[in-house]
Design a protein around this ligand. Sequence first.
Ligand code: WTA
Length: 652
Amino acid sequence: MSDSKIYEPSAEFSSRAHVRSMEERTELYERARANPEHFWAELAQRELSWFRPFAKTLEWEPPFAKWFVGGKINACYNCVDRHLDGPRRNKPALIWEGEPGDQRIITYLELHRLVSRFATVLKRLGFETGERAIIYMPMIPELPIAMLACARLGITHSVVFGGFSSEALKARTQDLNATLVITADGGWRRGKEVRLKTAVDEALEECPDVRAVVVYKRTGSDVPMKAGRDVWWDEQDEQLKDAPQLEQQAEHCESQDLDSEHPLFVLYTSGTTGRPKGILHTTAGYLLQTLMTMKWVFDLREDDVYWCTADIGWVTGHSYIVYGPLAAGATSVMYEGAPDFPAFDRFWQIVEKYRVSIFYTSPTAIRALVRQGERWPEAHDLSSLRLLGSVGEPINPAAWEWYHRVIGKKQCPIVDTWWQTETGAIMISAMPGAVPLKPGSATLPLPGIVLDIVDSKGEVLGANREGYLVIRHPWPSMVRNVWGDPKRFEEQYWRRVPGSYFTGDAARRDTDGYYWVLGRVDDVMNVSGHRLSTMEVESALVHHPAVAEAAVVGKPHEITGQAVCAFVTLKQGDWNVESLGQELRQWVGREIGAFAKPEEIRFADALPKTRSGKIMRRLLREIVTSNSVTGDVTTLEDLSVVTKLASQHDEE
Ligand code: WTA
């Protein structure tokens, strides 16, 4: 159904793009496929700044890969120092907007000074290459500054999203044997203070390895400081001023020469079991691929103002707020607060204020804003935008069309980017000057990425067949290991289809070679032998004028195997819920086929979401499996309570 509509890149966009035509894209892709090592080696030499060149491009002992072996490099140097010699020296690196409306603009030169000073502070506190730091901070500039200072010294960082509980923080600190914690007194979220230091104190009761906690003052609230362990960021910085010689050194703190494979960071992500996995990324390969995708996908130009709305606590923020944009010398906007605070036009107000040209957000944010109506974006001048992006889940065509029409004024291509914490960088996306778009499809794999769709036996499936998405050849920014658990790494990703990386996602490839990612494997339902994606039904539902958001799960069914159960939130309006249930069933029947008609439709005030904004389908599956409300289509569910409970255990 949604395959039909195609959006060609405009001649104007293509003429100035990094990759200008389908022919260029194909040439690039085929060149990479013919000799991936040569392809990546050339880019690594050209795009990264090395202290010592690498001797070997790839050492691949499945499932363990080493890229750019023998090279010496530093991620912080590549993101900061190397921009100081030319015209980027005084270019804004970070444009930061605080939730209360405060603002800071930090040039590359200033970023270098701030990072060097903080790295000196860490060194004076006795931390060195090879140790591990937990960073638990709000979305303020000191968060990327802390990450970069760690990278400068070779301290492996693990950022824990500020919304996680002290329990989650404790589990991560212990799993990593971290010796350092960098935090703040608190941060602002919807006008309220999130008290971070209190959570740190609770978490550290059982983490004896932590020698120091560095606390940045953001909110100014009272926090207890533990003698011998806790220090204030600003006081440590002040101390550098005591000795002029020291201060001189501090401003030029040397970056360490590190191996290409030096562990840059660990990021925890939920897996199929309860315990989160520590996804390990290393230095050179990760940096190269985040940098290349800034050019290929976001078509970055020197004068762009780029804004990714993610939180740095997730991989999108690591790769596309910090390392990718800074390695590319971009001007990157960073915002502390929520999209709906103080009002639903906060995003658009920021776009207008800083003349943002590239805007990257999630389908869930878009759908939430669709629900509020067009008057919010219409109140702002969005004419600076030239490219839009989407990440995190499949974007349903209805939300895509709205994003394209209302935000992009039909002038901006939309790059729907498919990737994962484990892949480090974007794997599937349009190159916007070259690839025609189909709403709902992430389109084509990027150069160097070889994909297949296979069945449960690992046999390759042909066009339009749904199956497991696998990645065939190692790529530079791939996950290197699960921290402390190589067995889990092997079992989770490499056993299902030996020698290939198992993404855990279902997808199909259409006859044009476009990929349609359907969601996690366990989100694919089987109804009467028909393979049916929850996404397809959801997409049909949100096409209906009354529906704001929909989440669909499979419910065990005696006869058909599974039955479709839909949770639906409605747009504002006076709807007759009694008759709407029936109407929506018919609607889905018409859009997809009778077999896809939901057996149950439940109306809810809000859908339960993880703190990163993903709909918790697993929880919904539990709800439909354990409580057998049959045939009742008119219940108005209050899911806010379960959401709260479940978001706590779901992400721990
Ligand atoms: C899903 C976020 C469809 C997918 C970068 C993947 C997507 C999981 C898309 C990874 C997209 C992400 N289209 N699905 N454009 N982007 N996903 O690790 O199921 O938080 O496996 O990384 O999100 O989520 P993660």
